[in-house]
Ligand binder design. Structure first.
Ligand code: ZN
Length: 546
């Protein structure tokens, strides 16, 4: 496993720095760290962090000894990857930054395909939601890197991610390098930024490792008690997987610690090659690690597989930080997550959560609409959406005069279903003021409001009851998920660390939108308070503006 980690690649990318930021540049405040490293662990719930925290010995142990908020919140209801990453470095909620979901429906889009991917530019001709043109066009916000480069042109802004949408949402518009997984390697959408040697070498190393089969990992004592198999379908058993894969199996590669190892290795190599943090102006390096998400989706969060992933992630992060230490750069780290996750309901029931279940397949909007239509004098597909729960749109084919009646009937029927907590219409949601105050006390409709943009969100938002998985029928790679307004999907750790920082362990509920203003204060970057939704966290030891 570790042969694709940092230690392995560092030797390969021993090239001398090709660039530093300009000699005459200055930090925005003398004590500013010269490098901000912002790490997102995709699907790292606070529940997982709490469970494994006593067992971490590597990078996660170190970061948890800084200012550690165990009750961080992706406060909104649409707990998906794109909205989650959009909050981390913008200080804005999905409702105000526009990233309300991974995909939404725009029935007026000027192309045949009306599905819009969050990190695409659908105006590019030939682009579709599947074969899309990667772009930050939908993000109505500036990231930390965007803001920093506007006042400190010598600063560099570099994003590396397991997914394009993560790298786009953390990096923003003005990036020097942006690399993410595409095909079986790392690719970029930037035309003129060149291909650093780090990328070529990392892709070569990935290809070499992928060409070999991977034997099963030996389970450590901590993981052994979790080895219990769950047969979810005749072809799908989870719970005791040990990450072995055949040569060339890239899906198997992504749902294993190998993927995070490769992503971190690329980030470390780019930091070295670009000499990030070695000039005077502060640089920003954002990293999104996707393997925890793929492991969670494929196997759930309570089995052997996630145990192996958590322990490997901790080791890989430790190696990554050690690499930064060796560079002598004065850096600060923040680590959080884009959302949490829910385990497979089958295992949750065994843990005593009796109501845990898979959703009725009939709740899927297309199916639901087909049954509803004849009952209300309609025909055809009257409802559209992406999976069970979340945004639902009334199809364009329904005449305008009849849309209110269709919406009323859909709301009523959904709300009457025993697995549905509530169904909210656009008008009901927009009547709710943008939430403020303690984030752990928000009502469900307040959570929905925080990720609702009336120009992009659905006509109706359906919220399933707690512990109802929207995956009606599990399939390979997709047994468990996230996306609900419940705390297992919203609550995430937020860890700030800088060399010499004193340990602060906080139970205070804070939000991921507080990260950007806190980092801005740390590096002396002025942020107009009315341009963001979050607030600076003084407990991190920074001078928050008054
Ligand atoms: Zn995610």
């Amino acid at each position: 496993m570790r042969k694709l980690g940092i230690a392995f690649l560092a030797g390969l990318v021993a090239c001398s720095p090709s660039s530093t930021n300009a000699q005459d540049a200055r930090p925005l405040r003398p004590d500013a760290p010269r490098l901000i490293v912002a790490i997102s662990v995709d699907q790292l719930s606070a529940d997982l962090f709490d469970e494994y925290r006593p067992h971490f010995t590597g990078g996660l142990k170190r970061l948890a000894a800084g200012t550690a908020y165990r009750n961080g919140y992706q406060s909104h209801a649409a707990t998906e990857t794109c909205p989650g990453h959009s909050t981390l470095l913008t200080g804005k909620r999905p409702a105000t930054n526009g990233i309300v979901a991974n995909t939404w429906l725009d029935q007026n889009a000027p192309r045949t395909d009306k599905t819009i991917y969050c990190a695409e530019d659908e105006k590019v001709s030939g682009s579709t939601s599947r074969a899309y043109t990667v772009s930050p066009a939908h993000l109505n916000a500036q990231t930390l890197g965007d803001r920093l480069k506007a006042v400190s042109p010598a600063s560099r802004n570099v994003a590396v991610g397991g997914k394009d949408r993560s790298a786009v949402m953390m990096g923003g518009r003005n990036v020097d390098q942006r690399w993410y997984r595409q095909g079986n390697g790392f690719a970029t959408d930037l035309k003129d930024a060149g291909v650093p040697r780090s990328v070529t070498l990392t892709n070569q190393a990935v290809a070499a490792v992928l060409g070999q089969p991977r034997p099963a990992l030996e389970p450590p004592a901590l993981c052994a008690p979790k080895a219990r198999e769950y047969v979810l379908s005749p072809s799908l058993t989870v719970g005791n997987g040990r990450m072995d894969r055949a040569a060339g199996d890239f899906s198997g590669f992504t749902r294993s610690p190998e993927f995070d190892g490769a992503t971190l290795a690329l980030a470390a190599a780019l930091a070295q090659e670009m000499a990030l943090g070695r000039g005077q102006a502060t640089d920003v390096l954002s990293i999104s690690l996707a393997a925890t998400d793929y492991v969670g989706h494929a196997y759930g969060s309570g089995g052997m597989e996630m145990c192996l992933q958590m322990l490997a992630l901790d080791r890989e992060l430790g190696d990554f930080l050690a690499q930064l230490d060796r560079s002598g750069v004065d850096y600060a780290v923040v680590l959080s997550a884009d959302h949490g996750g829910m385990d497979i309901p089958e295992r949750l029931r065994d843990k005593g959560i009796v109501g845990a279940a898979r959703a009725d397949a009939g709740l899927e909007p297309g199916e639901f609409g087909k049954l509803l239509a004849p009952q209300i004098g309609q025909s055809g597909n009257i409802l559209r959406g992406f999976g069970i729960g979340g945004d639902i749109w009334v199809d364009q084919s329904v005449p305008a005069a009849q849309r209110p009646a269709v919406l009323r009937a859909a709301k009523e029927r959904y709300a009457a279903h025993p697995q549905v907590y509530a169904a909210f219409t656009r008008d009901e949601i927009m009547a709710v003021p943008m939430p403020a105050g303690p984030v752990d006390k928000w009502t469900v409709i307040q959570r929905v409001r925080a990720s609702f943009d009336p120009t992009r969100s659905g006509d109706l938002i359906v919220v399933l009851k707690q512990y109802i998985s929207p995956i009606a029928a599990p399939s390979s790679g997709y047994a468990a998920t996230h996306g609900s307004p419940w705390d297992y999907d919203r609550r995430v750790p937020i860890l700030f660390w800088r060399k010499g920082s004193r340990p602060v362990a906080s139970d205070q509920p804070v939000e991921t939108i507080d990260i950007m203003p806190t980092l801005a204060a740390m590096i002396g970057l002025a942020v107009q308070p009315d341009s963001i939704d979050g607030k600076c966290l003084p407990a991190v030891g920074v001078a928050c503006p008054r």
